[in-house]
Design a protein around this ligand. Structure first.
Ligand SMILES: NC(=O)c1ccc[n+]([C@@H]2O[C@H](COP(=O)([O-])OP(=O)(O)OC[C@H]3O[C@@H](n4cnc5c(N)ncnc54)[C@H](O)[C@@H]3O)[C@@H](O)[C@H]2O)c1
Length: 209
């Protein structure tokens, strides 16, 4: 089997979780990583045995051996850097939420089509056992015709930065902060849309408290 060589941009909290996952996928190797913070980058690469280190993601994208690049950056950087990844001819896997705005997300989709590369957003909740079971029940008609869905999410502790860990950019409006709807709501919205087969939606309402 041909080795799938991956580059990773952003070596923060979530990048560590990605590394744990890559470790369990046969044939995949993360060979290069990038972060603006040199000390953090080096600690990350030392921990996972990543040889090639970059402070500028554009240098990482110049490599010709990468099949895919994983974007683990703050929300508002997803669009510009994912588009650059795809323009460099690499497949792209990007963290959620897809982007900081609808226009940015649409540009990312257009880039994937234009550069003919694979593009995926991390929405791991789509692949859980409960979702697979619910999808099967719905598809087989056990729940009848579905016209209304509702989803709840709770997070009272473990909020990045607010609860004393992670970078301040996680919650800054310049780099990322779009509140709970973007941070956690995207998991719920994508789950509901997927379960319903992505129909046109008449009305959405939500509440955060
Ligand atoms: N932390 C979580 O629990 C979690 C869970 C799921 C998804 N996510 C998503 O992952 C993304 C990243 O979140 P995080 O918690 O890992 O943030 P983080 O602050 O821990 O890490 C982001 C890293 O990106 C680096 N960076 C910023 N700009 C850069 C640039 N131009 N080039 C290279 N590196 C750059 C920063 O130095 C930092 O190390 C967010 O979109 C978030 O929504 C996070």
């Amino acid at each position: 089997m041909k080795e799938i060589r991956v580059g990773l941009i952003g070596t923060g909290i979530i990048a560590h979780q990605h590394m744990e996952m890559y470790r369990d996928i046969p044939g995949v190797k993360v060979v290069a990583a990038c972060d603006l913070q040199e000390e953090k980058l080096n600690a990350f690469c030392d921990k996972y045995g990543i040889e090639h280190r970059y402070l500028d993601y554009r240098r990482l994208l110049e490599r010709d051996d990468l099949c895919s690049v994983d974007v683990c950056l703050h929300n508002n950087l997803h669009a510009p850097i994912s588009v650059d990844v795809m323009a460099a001819g690499k497949n792209c896997y990007c963290e959620k939420p897809m982007a900081g705005s609808y226009a940015d997300a649409a540009a990312m989709k257009r880039a994937a089509e234009h550069y003919k590369v694979k593009f995926h957003i991390q929405l791991g909740m789509l692949y859980g056992g409960e979702v697979i079971a619910a999808k099967k029940l719905i598809d087989e008609g056990y729940l009848g015709k579905i016209y209304h869905t509702r989803s709840y999410g709770y997070r009272r502790r473990g909020r990045p930065y607010v609860d004393g860990y992670g970078e301040k950019e996680f919650d800054s409006s310049q780099w990322a902060g779009h509140g709970a709807l973007y941070d956690m709501g995207v998991y719920h919205i994508s789950q509901l849309l997927y379960l319903l087969g992505c129909p046109p939606v008449d009305r959405v309402s939500g509440r955060v408290y």
